[in-house]
Write a protein that binds this ligand. Structure first.
Ligand code: FES
Ligand code: FE2
Length: 330
């Protein structure tokens, strides 16, 4: 069951241009469009006439026109035009969702639009702050959104899943300290590793010739937003990378995943930006391979319980918050 009355990341701002953009969010088929005046709209992706998807139509002025018989709907979901007909039946309308843009993402409110408070959208300034340089990438994942959240909450996987990229197998048994604190609806964690092999990508990003200390501090916010501050240092230098992951359910077993990656070093190095895009794609695909396979196992054996280990501390704290929020919403 998806949490309602929440903002979910739906697309990157750049995804929504002159053409209608279809995406399923929490099981709801939604069409996003931007009018020539720049107004962003999110409607149920279904025409009120004979239920063709509106995303197969076109943006026309401030409205979207169905590609079947030409009915037009405005950003509030009201039919504003029927070809060769003067009167518009009051029932000719579709559901409109609250929609906002912030920090390079388009956010849609799933639930009661009257409760859609923009202050609840996470504040992620690193993609417009000149002190940082970064990018945002999208992945479609054939697994439940929560499985990807769980992956990010348990960073002990880095030494194994990412041993050829941002981790190193030799760090697996390092004495990692994981501190977890729940504060209201948020869960924060901090994991510190000292004197470990940085793995090939981080060694090249930071020009680290040998072992480093690495600290990952993360915040999880409901419904499924992760913010990770990763600090890497040796005795000569320290680099910081912000990794931002909104993860949005598409259905119960598929999801939309974004990585926003921003660095505070080598800001003018465009070659590094280009390389980091490719390398982060590899890192995410290393996770996706594991998580999609995990979903196949769980789909074949519904109800399987996990065996918790110490590294699951943050994951268990997050599941508790989610359980509380779901009970409150029921
Ligand atoms: S189904 Fe949309 S106009 Fe007929
Ligand atoms: Fe990972």
């Amino acid at each position: 069951m998806h949490l309602v009355d929440r903002w979910y990341a739906a697309a990157l701002s750049a995804d929504i241009g002159a053409a209608p953009f279809a995406r399923t969010i929490c099981g709801r088929a939604i069409v996003f469009f931007r009018s020539p005046s720049g107004r962003l709209a999110a409607l149920e992706d279904r025409c009120a006439h004979r239920h063709a998807p509106l995303s197969l139509g076109a943006v026309k002025g401030e409205a979207i026109q169905c590609g079947y018989h030409g009915l037009c709907f405005d950003a509030a979901g009201a039919c504003v035009h029927i070809p060769a007909q003067a009167s518009i039946p009051p029932r000719a309308r579709v559901e409109a969702f609250a929609v906002r843009e912030a920090h390079g993402w388009v956010w849609v409110w799933i639930g009661d639009a009257a409760r859609a408070d923009p202050a609840l959208i996470p504040t992620w300034p690193w993609f417009s702050d000149p002190a940082w340089r970064g990018f945002q990438l999208y992945f479609h994942v054939n697994a439940a959104a929560q499985l990807f959240v769980d992956n990010l909450l348990d960073l002990s996987h880095v030494a194994f899943t990412h041993k050829d990229s941002i981790g190193a197998a030799s760090a697996a048994d390092a004495d990692a300290k994981l501190e977890v604190a729940a504060e209201g609806d948020e869960v924060r964690g901090r994991r510190l590793l000292r004197g470990v092999d940085p793995g090939p990508f981080i060694a090249s990003w930071g020009n680290f010739p040998g072992r480093i200390d690495r600290t990952s501090s993360f915040t999880w916010r409901p419904p499924s937003n992760m913010e990770i501050r990763a600090e890497f240092n040796d005795e000569r230098r320290k680099i910081t990378i912000m990794v931002i992951n909104p993860i949005t359910p598409e259905t119960e077993t598929t999801s939309h995943f974004w990585i926003g990656w921003a660095r505070d070093f080598a800001l003018g190095d465009d070659a590094l930006t280009a390389r980091a895009r490719i390398e982060n794609t590899q890192v995410i695909l290393e996770d996706v391979r594991l998580i999609e396979a995990q979903q196949r196992v769980l789909s074949a054996r519904p109800g399987l319980a996990a065996v918790p280990i110490n590294a699951d501390g943050a994951l268990i704290a997050v599941h508790k918050v989610l359980e509380r929020l779901r009970r409150a919403a029921a």
